[in-house]
Ligand binder design. Structure first.
Ligand code: HEM
Length: 82
């Protein structure tokens, strides 16, 4: 609950969306620094600071899904059943 209005903070990295909330307290660069990427695509910011960090491994259990462009959402068969 470190995002805006008491919600979880999400970011996108390399085309994947992560809930970074559980990691905020552990980020070596500090919580506020990490949260600069919250609510947006953090790929460029991340790469400017530490491109060598293996975020895919570190945040594997925090992954939510793939980032898609607006209007690009794939409709699932489940929607048709509604
Ligand atoms: C979202 C995923 C992120 C992960 C998994 C992550 C992970 C890490 C790790 C492992 C380090 C230590 C690196 C080292 O000592 O070689 C670090 C340091 C740092 N991170 Fe991140 N980071 C993330 C995002 C960000 C973002 C978005 C920013 C800035 C906007 C940021 C800013 C920093 C800074 C400034 C340090 C350096 C701290 C120091 O050397 O004192 N990080 N991060």
């Amino acid at each position: 609950m470190t995002g805006r209005r008491g919600k979880d903070a999400w970011t996108a990295l390399g085309g994947r969306v992560y809930n970074i909330t559980p990691y905020v307290a552990f980020h070596p660069g500090g919580g506020p620094e990490l949260l600069r990427a919250a609510g947006r695509d953090g790929t460029r910011l991340f790469g400017e600071i530490h491109p060598w960090v293996n975020y895919e491994g570190m945040l594997a259990s925090c992954m939510i899904g793939m980032l898609v462009e607006e209007g690009e959402e794939k409709k699932s068969e489940m929607d048709d059943m509604d």
